[in-house]
Design a binder for this molecule. Structure first.
Ligand code: PEP
Ligand code: MN
Length: 336
């Protein structure tokens, strides 16, 4: 339930309303805008009589909201959230491109890709150090060494780095990582989400391949309710009956999630389709439907990649994509 107050509410009345609401066993979430103050009620509001709430003179309107997510809900927070990532702005009208290999493989590889994607205009470098692989026999990532190499690439290029955390036991290694990625498979690892809510580092939260928008937003809610407002949502394809592509890219996720939530929404066409030649058109489509940014897998030698080579763009294909992106986002694109 949300209570919209009239402009400049009388403080005594507001105190009395707050006291009454607190007695109804709900937590208050007060958002003070320039003109309007909104009181969000978190908890079971089913027993609260709207007509009683309307009796306070300071109340302009009361609405029951269906969605169980409060912190991530655009109704509570009408303006887009803008997240500061080591001095770079994510969301709020700009467009952010995060690029890099699926896995960090060697110092030479990550530095070469970092320099190349930077020259093409990428805003951040992404590379996996801890890899969630379906097979325990597949390459699992360089782990701590992978993070060390990412930090070297960050030092060499100045690009902020994004990498996946698979387990809380690894968290100390992430102190200098700029964005922590939570992968599709961990989207509902609730204990991990709750713990990430205790830090202020931006979290890139990927949608699970069989999860609804609401489930994704409830996972964001775990992080936000525990105190960390810096969540970026990411669509990466969902599983359907189609097998020609790796997953089915849910292009509607960008406008739908942005309608439901004020959080920035990124799109990952690489994991969504799994075929490098389809990635550029899906990336351009993502920009066209209003996404706040992209996650693109790029490799200096895709045919030899230790992970996800088939969906990785060559550095040249990535450069061509960036030229096209600038063409369709002449006012939004902030890099270069
Ligand atoms: C990845 O980003 O490399 C990855 C494993 O993604 P997802 O969690 O979306 O499968
Ligand atoms: Mn990958």
């Amino acid at each position: 339930m949300i209570i919209i107050l009239k402009e400049k509410p009388d403080q005594l009345q507001l105190d009395s309303l707050k006291k009454w609401l607190t007695r109804q066993n709900v937590t208050l979430h007060i958002s003070e805008g320039v003109r309007q103050t909104i009181v969000g009620l978190v908890g079971d509001t089913s027993a609260i009589d709207i007509d009683i709430v309307k009796q306070w003179d300071i109340v302009d309107d009361v609405k029951r909201i269906q969605e169980p997510f409060k912190n991530a809900n655009r109704k509570f927070h009408p303006l887009d959230t803008v997240i500061n990532v080591s001095g770079r702005q994510v969301g709020g009208g700009g467009f952010t491109v995060i690029a890099g290999p699926c896995s960090v493989e060697s110092e030479e590889q990550i530095i070469c890709i970092a320099e190349s994607v930077k020259a093409s205009g990428a805003d951040m470098l992404r590379g996996g150090a801890f890899k969630p692989r379906t097979s325990p026999y597949a390459f699992q990532g360089l782990r701590a060494e992978g993070i060390r190499l990412l930090l070297k690439a960050k030092q060499a290029t100045g690009l902020p780095i994004v990498t996946e955390l698979m387990d809380l036991s690894q968290i100390d290694l992430f102190a200098d990582v700029d964005i922590i990625q939570i992968g599709a498979r961990n989207m509902q690892n609730f204990e991990m989400l709750r713990q990430l809510g205790k830090c202020s580092k931006p979290i890139l939260l990927k949608r699970g391949f069989a999860n609804t928008y609401q489930e994704l937003l409830m996972s964001a809610e775990y992080i936000m309710a525990a105190g960390n407002p810096n969540v970026i949502l990411c669509e990466r394809g969902v599983r359907t009956f189609e097998t020609y592509t790796r997953n089915t890219f849910d292009i509607a996720a960008a406008p739908a999630l942005k309608n439901l939530s004020h959080l920035p929404v990124f799109m990952d066409p690489s994991h969504a389709c799994g075929v490098s030649k389809f990635v550029p058109s899906l990336a351009l489509a993502s920009a066209a439907v209003g996404a706040d940014g992209l996650l693109i897998e790029v490799h200096n030698n895709p045919s030899c990649a230790l992970c996800d080579g088939a969906q990785s763009l060559t550095t040249q294909a990535f450069d061509e994509l960036m030229v096209k992106l600038r063409g369709i986002l002449p006012h939004r694109y902030i890099s270069k």
